[in-house]
Design a protein around this ligand. Structure first.
Ligand code: ADP
Ligand code: GN1
Ligand code: MG
Length: 364
């Protein structure tokens, strides 16, 4: 689908004319573009995103969450003398003051200030980067602890309810719409064999034994921007899934993505290994930043959270493969199955060293 980007950009409250607009980044959910605007000879970058309204069917509520969180963060950053345009995700509003623009055909677009001189890494290139991403997410958790959670709309209810995800998975398996189950029997069995993982954290949250907190819920490395020169944290981005959850989810999702030395869809599984040295870097960074913000029961479950988030994500990739690749963006045949396989390989590795992972958490 081709859009009239010039017209779309002209609806937003920014100076200058659009000169180019190209697909950008590697997110699986929204359609992201780098929009370059010429402002009296000066080229200024913006992020333009087509919101995935198939998933986020109440874009007004979604954008209201992002407005609340980013305005809260921007005020905090300003108060401590920082640069809010760089250290927070920042919405560019439309000329009418809205947080997104809707075409007559229904598609919704939003614009963010481009965070300059910063990188969202796809894999950990230096352990120091992973450490810094942990500091970024730990600080973000601390900031959000002071945020009034009752203002937030639960955009994707039961997002990390693994028991519900398991149920969704079995529905996809039973439907087997594309007759693909026969191509992934081993992977299906892998999921079924680990059903007992599903309810552990959900039950702790339900019983109140583990505190429910405002969490990011999608803490992969490419959702944090690190300074291109110093590698220090700049900003946490991709705020679509800010909702009540557990810090074990946020910690675990970072480990899932970052402790794998290769891409999430690597075909050669001999290259996919759980890097416990990187786990230690992350645990050190996260626990130093989150400080008193983690209770004992949370600390006791951080390492398990890594297995759980990897299991959940692998199960979602596999379900999407069975469903015909309708949720996660794919660029080639079998990509969701490859993604599921890397997750299951990581789980096998983590299951062998869970005691060591727990000991590392204790150490920090
Ligand atoms: P998705 O929800 O599809 O994952 P993201 O919001 O994470 O979309 O954006 C995709 C990618 O675009 C990010 O990984 C990052 O590389 C880049 N990106 C997003 N927002 C910004 C921003 N404000 N400044 C610079 N780069 C950004
Ligand atoms: C999606 O939007 P993105 O690419 O940052 C997904 C996450 C998955 C991740 C797997 C809203 O994240 O839940 O863990 O892909 N986001 C949503 O890479 O479903
Ligand atoms: Mg993203």
């Amino acid at each position: 689908m081709a859009y009239d980007f010039k017209d779309i950009i002209s609806k937003f409250n920014l100076q200058g004319e659009l000169v180019s607009c190209e697909r950008y980044g590697e997110g699986h959910i929204n359609e992201t573009y780098l929009a370059v605007v010429d402002n009296s000879g000066e080229k200024v970058n913006y992020i333009l995103q087509k919101i995935n309204t198939k998933l986020f069917d109440k874009p007004d509520k979604l954008m209201n969450n992002i407005r609340l969180v980013t305005e809260f963060n921007r005020a905090k950053i300003k108060a401590r003398g920082g640069n809010p345009d760089r250290e927070s995700l920042s919405i560019v509003y439309t000329k009418e003051g809205n947080s997104y623009y809707q075409l007559d055909s229904g598609e919704c677009f939003r614009v963010y200030i481009f965070i300059t001189d910063a990188i969202a890494y796809q894999t950990v290139e230096k352990p120091e980067h992973f450490y810094q991403s942990a500091v970024a997410f730990g600080n973000f958790a601390n900031l959000l602890a002071e945020f009034d959670a009752t203002q937030l709309y639960e955009v994707l209810p039961r997002f990390h309810d693994t028991a519900k995800r398991f149920n969704d998975f079995t529905n996809s398996l039973n439907a087997d719409k594309f007759d693909r189950a026969k191509l992934c029997q081993k992977e299906i069995q892998f999921v079924l064999d680990r059903k007992e993982y599903c309810s552990k954290i959900v039950d702790l949250l339900k019983s109140g034994k583990m505190p429910t907190k405002v969490t990011h819920n999608d803490t992969k490395l490419n959702n944090v921007m690190l300074d291109a020169t110093t590698g220090k944290p700049v900003a946490v981005i991709d705020l679509d899934t800010i909702m009540p959850g557990s810090i074990c989810y946020d910690f675990g999702d970072s480990i899932r993505f970052g402790c794998n030395p290769c891409a999430e869809d690597e075909k050669d599984l001999s290259k996919v290994n759980f890097r416990i040295d990187l786990f230690e870097e992350y645990a050190k960074g996260y626990l130093s930043a989150v400080g008193d913000g983690a209770t004992q029961i949370e600390r006791d479950n951080l390492a398990f959270g890594a297995i759980l988030m990897t299991y959940e994500c692998g199960m979602r990739f596999l379900a999407d493969y069975l469903d015909g690749d309708i949720y996660f963006r794919t660029h080639r045949e079998g990509q969701n199955l490859d993604r599921a396989r890397t997750q299951f390989k990581l789980i096998e590795d983590m299951e062998k060293v869970l005691d060591k992972m727990n000991a590392i958490v204790k150490k920090y």
